[in-house]
Design a protein around this ligand. Structure first.
Ligand SMILES: Cc1cc2nc3c(=O)[nH]c(=O)nc-3n(C[C@H](O)[C@H](O)[C@H](O)COP(=O)(O)O)c2cc1C
Length: 180
């Protein structure tokens, strides 16, 4: 079965998670996976399953995510859709009905095509962020979380929550949806 994974990733944790998902899906005989970045990709006509993944930045998807969906709506309506987010605190990314907050404004006919939505953990390496992102993370920890001293130092130190086992488990849940 042909599957396309389209991801938006600023600092590569989403890409890494999607490489693991691709790896696990392709260990099933019938899965053939193409992985592409959201900027400058077109949707494969012969794929049945389309997996979207985005990193979360201040509660939002990567730039261009909603536009991409709107622009390609007619093609998306022909596919089974999976939406995945990658964040440091994935629980906060779901609303009280267990739906991803970033999908709230999608048209209902697109929502009806979603077969699975889930969250994976990413990583944050402050030194690697661009200047704007450094400013927002600094503001978040100092002014919103009111962290200082050791607690602030700890929050700003390189942290990875990447986990191949979690990524494989999401892939296995997708595989189950196509068994029998
Ligand atoms: C500017 C910025 C804002 C972020 N905001 C959130 C957030 O609101 N919630 C969260 O759980 N993680 C947040 N994160 C953590 C990212 O989701 C995490 O670093 C993830 O790995 C990003 O994906 P990427 O590495 O593919 O770019 C933020 C990171 C940055 C740089």
């Amino acid at each position: 079965m042909k599957c396309q994974i389209i991801y938006g990733s600023k600092y590569n944790a989403t890409k890494q998670n999607m490489l693991w998902i691709k790896e696990r899906l392709e260990l099933e005989n019938n899965f053939e996976v193409e992985l592409s970045q959201i900027k400058d990709v077109s949707i494969l006509t012969d794929s049945k399953l389309l997996i979207f993944a985005t990193g979360i930045y201040s509660g939002k998807a990567v730039e261009g995510f909603n536009d991409f969906i709107e622009k390609n709506k007619e093609q998306l309506l022909q596919k089974d859709l999976v939406f995945l987010i990658v964040a440091m605190n994935k629980e906060n990314c779901f609303d009280e009905t267990n739906n991803l907050k970033i999908l709230q404004d999608l048209p209902q006919d697109i929502k009806d095509k979603i077969i699975l939505q889930d969250g994976l953990l990413g990583e944050m390496i402050f030194q690697n962020l661009n200047e704007d992102d450094k400013i927002s993370i600094d503001y978040f920890y100092k002014k919103i979380m009111n962290l200082e001293g050791e607690a602030l130092k700890k929050a700003l130190s390189p942290r990875t929550l990447l986990n191949k086992k979690d990524a494989w488990s999401v892939a296995e849940n997708i595989i189950k949806l196509y068994k029998d």
